[in-house]
Design a protein around this ligand. Structure first.
Ligand code: GLY
Ligand code: MN
Ligand code: MN
Length: 429
């Protein structure tokens, strides 16, 4: 969908938010709600601030991820008011707002002061945002029941949000293609990160999360956070988990590429990709997301067996004995939206056999989730098995051979639709 069509969907998104918020406020007895964008705190004994990315509910209305010290007021029956912090300041530039359709359904005002605006007869007032910027502001600060209701308004995405997420996928995939080419051309992690930024037109600090770019063993650290300046002598694998923000909305995509002389690792990557596609096909209204996680474990067990990494155990026994968890220790995914790990995914705690699962709900149309199975060679998780009774089932020589490939993760972003699912990642590959 071209960008201008996406922009045309935004006023309806804001009208829908007004309805959802008005219901939440009525349910919890509030007449007015002030939302703080937030501001980056300064580092201790330093004049430099941390990197800023705005508060989720503020972005949900405005998409303005970099706008500090700004405020949005919601009152039933009235146009929302957005106060943008635009001081006269010769050190910094103020953001320029493009003329876009959403500005017709919001009352935008400019403000020189960083603190909260004074409100005319707000009635019973709630204020939500980072407590650091709420100090001394009158009103109920972050009332828990209202905050939970406001987070629930983010669970079912509007058509505008879905198109923003689709576009965030399109941009990120251009980055993933460039990253893969840079890897196959022999680039370092740092070089691959530059290729990704160049292709996406996005600086690392603007990304929804720190891009994870791991070569060889580094691919086995789930959230590997450094970039080597030099490529390894023998590049065996690349795992890149990287997204972009588009109008506040995040993509969260992982791809794994085997080096040219890695037949066994290549087969494992293909096997995991087939499993990942099958799991994506499970996404549909009425499906318990925890079941997708459990199916992923059975699929990993089958792959461990087929590749010869584990032998002599039925798939179910491999799962029950915790062997699949040593190879696949994280959850199958999470909600995705204005935050990469979007809110309201766990009204009930994760089950005991899936402690890191971030989403425990039954799927409904309008939800957007990631599907991200992995298979890793993580020494701290495999050593206890290799030194315990499970060792009899493990192919130590093959594990040793593959562990310097680190691991595999394949991650797509999927919308639950009335008819089943729409895979935002695959549709633009
Ligand atoms: N990029 C973090 C995650 O996949 O959840
Ligand atoms: Mn993810
Ligand atoms: Mn990811």
């Amino acid at each position: 969908m071209p960008n201008h069509d996406i922009l045309d969907l935004q006023p309806a998104h804001i009208r829908e938010l007004r309805n959802r918020y008005e219901r939440a406020m009525a349910d919890h007895g509030y007449d007015s709600l002030l939302i703080a964008s937030g501001a980056a705190p300064y580092r201790y004994r330093d004049d430099q601030a941390y990197v800023f990315q705005g508060f989720g509910p503020f972005l949900h209305w405005t998409g303005l991820a970099g706008q500090e010290h700004s405020w949005l007021l919601v009152r039933p029956g009235q146009k929302p008011v957005l106060w943008l912090y635009q001081p006269v300041d010769f050190w910094h530039a103020n953001p320029v707002m493009a003329e876009e359709p959403w500005l017709e359904v919001v009352d935008v005002r400019s403000r020189q002061q960083a603190g909260a605006p004074e409100l005319d007869s707000p009635g019973r007032l709630a204020i939500i945002g980072d407590p650091l910027v709420l100090e001394g502001v009158p009103g109920d600060h972050n009332p828990a029941a209202l905050v939970a209701a406001v987070e629930e308004t983010r669970v079912h995405k509007t058509p505008y949000e879905i198109e923003c997420l689709a576009h965030a996928n399109r941009i990120a995939l251009a980055g993933h293609r460039a990253a893969r080419e840079a890897f196959l051309a022999g680039d370092s992690e740092f070089g691959i990160s530059l290729a990704y930024q160049q292709a996406t037109g996005q600086r690392e600090v603007e990304a929804p999360y720190h891009s994870i770019i791991g070569l060889n063993e580094h691919a086995g650290t789930l959230h590997y956070q450094y970039y080597d300046l030099q490529p390894p002598r023998r590049p065996r694998s690349l795992l890149i988990d990287a997204g972009v923000r588009y109008r506040g909305y995040c993509s969260d995509i992982t791809r794994t590429t085997a080096g040219p002389d890695e037949p066994r690792f290549t087969a494992l990557v293909h096997g995991l990709e087939k499993l990942q596609l099958r799991l994506c096909e499970m996404v549909s209204p009425g499906v318990d997301y925890v079941d997708i996680h459990r199916k992923a474990h059975l699929g990993i067990a089958a792959l461990l067996s087929a590749s010869g990494l584990v032998f002599g155990l039925a798939d179910e026994a491999m799962v029950e004995q915790g062997i699949t968890r040593a190879f696949f220790p994280h959850g199958i995914g999470h909600f995705l939206g204005i935050q990469v790990h979007d809110v309201a995914g766990k009204p009930t705690p994760s089950p005991e056999d899936a402690p890191f699962l971030r989403l425990t709900r039954t799927l409904e149309a309008g939800m957007v989730v990631t599907i991200e199975p992995g298979l890793y060679f993580i020494p701290s998780l495999l050593e206890p098995l290799l030194n315990g009774p499970e060792a009899q089932y493990l192919n130590r020589a093959l594990i040793d051979e593959l562990k310097s490939c680190g691991g595999i993760r394949i991650e797509d972003n999927v919308v639950v639709t009335a008819a089943g699912a729409r895979n935002l990642t695959r549709e633009c590959e």
